[in-house]
Every structure is written in structure tokens, then in C-alpha cells.
Design a protein around this ligand. Structure first.
Ligand code: TIU
Length: 231
């Protein structure tokens, strides 16, 4: 298969140009803990239905990435069962119904290997895709993500997932400081707070793209079926 060396899509604050062979889709934390009732998101007092609404868009984006041959990376916010990678400041913050590590209806909250920590069924990772367990909000902090991307010569990142202003924004800012060009897919990300999502989209692309680009899914879907098949 041969591919166009670069592609350009409509985005804000301007066109986003990327080389498919050097691009990764990063799907942030589409795990049951955040999307389904009974997990970490709900324990913090949030209405999780707002997040479930984006599942079809993220699934369409994931299918496009697979068709186009982009590297696919799934992240999960998660901690070791002994909580050795969970700072007390994170566990003790606020007054949730259940804290990280406590038993919930989907197993221990935000703990690696528990049912609630799994990526939702509609977005299940395939063989060959990377799954990165991250103890922080950012996908680069205390993970092997930076090395995995460097090893593959990845320069451009397309972001989706939850929540827009917490783990997605933190990861995109970490990526920016590491020299990646990043684009956030507007309707493939969600927040428990719609106003925070909107503010995040605007701040990321402000000042000429101070953190990166944003685009609706339809901008990317124009690529569907466009890659060239050759020898
Ligand atoms: N609470 C919230 O909005 N988000 C998180 O705790 N983690 C992620 O964003 N994944």
C-alpha cells in the first residue's frame, strides 16, 4: 500500500497538514470508569450520559484511523492495585462517594485490571494497537508513550476521548511541549461540563494554535476511502 505523503484537512485556526505514516490517533480514557454509571466519573458526582453521547463519533474516527493505517493508541487512567502510583493528594482530594481503590459496582475504582478500567466494548483495542496505562491526567507523565511514539517516528497526533478539559487537554499540552503537532476532534471529545468543553476547544486553538488545532469529525471523514492502494 502506498499513501499520499501528506494530507490536509480543514481545521481551526487553519488547515492541518499531516503525513499518515507519521500520525497517531490517541484515544484518551474511553474506559467504563468514566462512561458508564458506577465508575469514577459518577463517584465524583457527574452525569455520565454526556460522555456516552460521543461513542459513535469516536468509533467512526477509530475505524477511519484503522482504514488509513495510522498508529492507534488507547489510554486508560489507572492505578496499581497497591496504589503505589497514586499520590495521596489525588486519592484524598474532594468528597467523592467512593475514592480511587474503593470497591464499586464495576470493581475497585480506577484500578488496573478491574472491570471498570476496561475500554468500552464499542472501542475495544485491536491487536497491534498500543494500550497505555497512565497514573496521571496527562498521557505522557510516567508512561512509555513518548518513547513508543519516538520509536515509530510519529510527529502528528489526532486526539479524541474524555474529558476534554482534564485528561485530553493535559495530554495535548504535554504533547505540545514535546514538539508534536496535535489536533483535537471536536465531536469525538466530551466533558461532564459542556461549557468547559467549549472553552477548552477555544483556548487550545487560540493565538494561532498555541496548543494545536481543532476540527469536526466531518473534516477528517473526507479522507475516507482516499488512501491509494498500490504494490
Ligand atoms: N474528572 C474528569 O473530568 N476527568 C478525569 O478525572 N479523568 C479524565 O479526564 N480522563
Amino acid at each position: 500500500m502506498t499513501q499520499a505523503s501528506t494530507l490536509t484537512i480543514d481545521a481551526q485556526p487553519g488547515p492541518f497538514t499531516f503525513a499518515p505514516a507519521k500520525t497517531a490517533l490517541i484515544i484518551i480514557d474511553m474506559q467504563r470508569d468514566f462512561i458508564e454509571p458506577g465508575g469514577f466519573g459518577e463517584s465524583l458526582g457527574n452525569d455520565v450520559s454526556l460522555l456516552a453521547e460521543i461513542v459513535p463519533s469516536v468509533a467512526a474516527l477509530l475505524a477511519l484511523a484503522r482504514e488509513q493505517g495510522w498508529l492507534v493508541v488507547h489510554t486508560r487512567e489507572s492505578h496499581a492495585p497497591d496504589l503505589s502510583d497514586c499520590p495521596p493528594a489525588k486519592r484524598l482530594r474532594g468528597a467523592p462517594n467512593a475514592r480511587i481503590g474503593d470497591a464499586g459496582p464495576m470493581g475497585r475504582i480506577l484500578i488496573r485490571g478491574e472491570p471498570g478500567n476496561a475500554i468500552i466494548e464499542a472501542l475495544e483495542p485491536m491487536a497491534g494497537e498500543l494500550v497505555i496505562d497512565k497514573p496521571g491526567k496527562g498521557a505522557f507523565y510516567a508512561t512509555r508513550l513518548g518513547e513508543e511514539l519516538a520509536m515509530r517516528g510519529i510527529t502528528h497526533l489526532i486526539f479524541a476521548g474524555v474529558t476534554t478539559e482534564v485528561c485530553v487537554q493535559t495530554s495535548m499540552r504535554e504533547a505540545n511541549d514535546r514538539g508534536f503537532d496535535s489536533l483535537l476532534v471536536e465531536d469525538a471529545t466530551a466533558s461532564y461540563f459542556p461549557a468547559f468543553k467549549q472553552a477548552t476547544l477555544e483556548m487550545l486553538r487560540s493565538q494561532g494554535g498555541i496548543v494545536g488545532w481543532t476540527a469536526p469529525l466531518v473534516s477528517l471523514m473526507t479522507l475516507q476511502g482516499t488512501h491509494e492502494h498500490g504494490s
